[in-house]
Design a protein around this ligand. Structure first.
Ligand code: NAP
Length: 255
């Protein structure tokens, strides 16, 4: 039996890539699409809804979400409450929201995944960065994305900083008496780690983690040149969440 999938945000850049990925995989069946501005006639054969309630009339197993930070929490809750396993790529969740959704998934006994980055290379970058931070506690993160991205810093940068902070004591970096002559020059500050967000047309999703120590430096970099880079991870997520009984945060938990 194929896994029945709905996609929220199917007209967006990521949602479109997910739409093609689902259609191309015979183990998956696309049963519904959600977008507030879609026209019913846009795609033949698959019901299109303007809001989340529409999918209640369907039989579906998995909810893929590539929408906007403002609605993603509500969507993920809704999916869990109605027996659909969420696979969420939308970024911008707070730590409290993620904890809350994990608790709800346990209560409902439903699997799920929130992944700030579905690219395998980006997951490896985070793991390598966590390893390196044990030896190089002085670290800054530069994330670079296309200029339509709504949230900053990126979910990947936040997740990288959170993982690094598990092996690095909070510490301020730079000169103790440094001053910003232009506010924001040193970027955002997460436990003393500075995060810089670059937004430019032409970019997709890129990240550098730069470590510095006495007389040496180490730079880790990952580039997603095309949104297809995320789809192996989304596909894996869809196939794994239906076998599980709680939501996890980060693709690495399913690899
Ligand atoms: P996008 O092109 O702006 O697409 C977002 C789509 O969501 C739009 O089509 C928008 O529709 C739709 N939308 C808004 N409200 C909705 C609602 N209530 N229900 C259903 N659809 C709704 O953005 P994107 O580049 O695809 O990125 C989407 C999200 O994925 C962002 O949070 C981004 O950071 C994240 N992302 C994650 C990964 C990852 O690997 N996890 C990778 C890249 C991006 P309208 O435009 O018609 O309002």
């Amino acid at each position: 039996m194929p896994i029945k999938v709905v996609i929220a945000g199917f007209k967006g850049r990521m949602g479109r890539a997910a739409y093609h990925m689902v259609l191309e995989d015979p183990e998956l069946e696309l049963v519904g699409l959600i977008d507030p501005h879609a026209s019913e006639n846009e795609l033949t054969g698959v019901p299109v809804f303007h809001d989340k309630e529409g999918v209640l009339m369907l039989e579906a197993d998995v909810w893929i979400d590539f929408t906007i930070p403002k609605v993603a929490y509500e969507h993920t809750r809704f999916a869990l409450e109605h027996g659909l396993a969420p696979v969420v790529g939308t970024t911008g969740f707070t730590t409290e929201e993620i904890t809350d959704l994990i608790d709800l998934s346990r209560e409902k006994n439903i699997g799920g995944l929130i992944a700030p980055n579905f690219a395998i290379g980006a997951v490896l970058l985070m793991q390598f960065a966590t390893q390196a931070a044990k030896y190089f506690p002085n670290v800054e993160i530069i994330e670079l994305h296309h200029d339509k991205k709504k949230d900053a810093p990126s979910g990947t940068a936040m997740k990288t900083a959170e993982l690094i902070s598990q092996v690095r004591q909070p510490q301020e970096q730079g000169a103790p008496d440094e001053e910003e002559s232009l506010p924001g020059a040193r970027g955002a500050n997460y436990q003393g780690m500075h995060i810089h967000s670059v937004r430019l047309p032409g970019l997709v999703a890129h990240q550098e983690v730069i470590f510095g120590s006495k007389g040496e430096g180490l730079t880790l970099r990952h580039d997603s040149y095309d949104r297809v880079s995320f789809m192996t991870g989304v596909n894996l997520g869809v196939k794994e969440v239906v076998k599980r009984h709680e939501l996890v945060y980060g693709l690495e938990h399913l690899l």
